[in-house]
Ligand binder design. Structure first.
Ligand SMILES: *Cc1c(COP(=O)(O)O)cnc(C)c1O
Length: 382
């Protein structure tokens, strides 16, 4: 395998190269798999006997993702949220205590808060930048759930230190790696046990589908994730598996382009007087910038900006004045997006922002056009 991710993404996980074969595997649709011999119907050695968990496209996608993350098993799910909930539920049982970063993606938090307790699992949220999470470990703590950088507020967590402490107590470390898209960060190589990712975002890359993946390291995590996923019937649809595999081929180029534009816009916004602060881990001003530099290889298209408090009544008009930034949730697609985040920020440890929080996602438009767009929208409201 070549050492660079971009080359591996192009040449890895491909159907066997044959003369006159297609470059991409076809979308394989099918529930029933026909047998050649009645003796084989219940044989353990014949491989797949039913299509629920997918065919060749799925297998190639799993292979690519586990290779990219340094894991040894990948389970595909219908969307990102089901990857998060599957990983959590597979790693805890009744009577357990689980720790979750307060900056985790909203619906993941909701699952931990509303659903886990119904199965006898206690969830506790921690301050995302807490550097002594060990102190929160209890006798019955079974998992710690990280998301770095955190959704909306982009706090960076020290996966290495947390994984070391967790290992000593047999605590499973799960990391939501959607922001880094397996490109800028590989948590398993830093000691995490399980990585989850919303393929919906960068991997699919065109805002036109849903998918999720749980990538694990080690036999026991594989066993638990596989068993629960299979027993719950979680599976990715064939068309979505195809879109995700196709998206992977261009992922590193798209990620780099979107990341470069975001950094350029973030730096430009640092100089705007309407802006109080810019939260982007690749900027020196980010509180955990050193940690980002140590662990990450690059940054993506998503960052947040705190506007001056006087800007609060103008947020709606500003968002409406933008021409290239669509108003909507999600990120990782080809087009830029922007959203006002304050209504989403109801947390256990709500950060003191001192101004409205706006999240930007830079897509694949030219960076200067994006900057000009933000400039004209600011001019229009001030
Ligand atoms: C979007 C997102 C998810 C959920 O993905 P869906 O495919 O929308 O269910 C999970 N985690 C993070 C960090 C996300 O941004």
């Amino acid at each position: 395998m070549p050492s660079k991710k971009s080359t591996r993404l192009i040449h890895g996980a491909r159907p066997e190269k044959r003369k006159k074969s297609l470059v991409n595997p076809p979308v394989a649709r099918g529930s029933t798999i026909l047998f050649d011999d009645p003796k084989n119907v219940y044989a353990k050695t014949v491989g797949k006997t039913y299509g629920r968990l997918g065919h060749e496209t799925h297998e190639l996608l799993e292979e690519a993702l586990k290779e990219l993350e340094g894991g040894d098993f990948c389970y595909l799910t219908p969307n990102g949220l089901s990857a998060c909930s599957l990983a959590m539920l597979a790693s805890a049982k009744a009577g357990d205590h689980v720790l979750i970063t307060d900056s985790a993606y909203g619906p993941t938090r909701r699952f931990a808060e509303e659903t886990l307790p119904r199965y006898g699992i206690t969830s506790e949220f921690f301050e995302p930048a807490d550097d002594n999470i060990e102190a929160l470990f209890r006798e019955n703590t079974s998992l710690i759930y990280l998301e770095t950088p955190g959704s909306l507020t982009l706090e960076i967590q020290d996966i290495k230190a947390i994984a070391e402490a967790a290992k000593a107590q047999g605590v499973t470390v799960i990391v939501d790696n959607t922001w880094a898209a397996s490109i800028a960060l590989n948590p398993i190589t830093l000691g995490a046990d399980i990585v989850v990712q919303a393929l919906t975002k960068y991997v699919m890359g065109h805002s036109d589908g849903f998918g999720g993946a749980v990538i694990t390291k080690g036999v026991s995590h594989k066993q638990k994730v596989y068993e629960l996923g299979r027993n719950m019937g979680l599976a990715l649809a064939p068309e979505e598996a195809y879109s995700a595999l196709r998206g992977l081929r261009t992922l590193s180029t798209r990620y780099a382009e979107s990341g470069a534009s975001a950094l350029k816009l973030a730096k430009w916004m640092q100089k705007c007087e309407e802006v109080k602060s810019v939260w982007h881990p690749a900027l020196n001003s980010h509180p955990q910038h050193d940690l980002w530099k140590r662990d990450f290889e690059g940054s993506g298209g998503l960052f947040s900006v705190i506007m001056q408090p006087e800007f609060e009544p103008k947020v709606g008009d500003f968002l409406s004045a933008l021409k290239f930034f669509g108003l909507g949730f999600s990120y990782g697609g080809f087009e830029s997006l922007c959203i006002h985040c304050d209504p989403q920020l109801e947390r256990h440890f709500t950060p003191d922002l001192g101004g409205p929080l706006i999240r930007f996602y830079c897509g694949l438009e030219d960076a200067d056009d994006l900057i000009a767009d933000v400039e004209q929208a600011l001019d229009a409201v001030i």
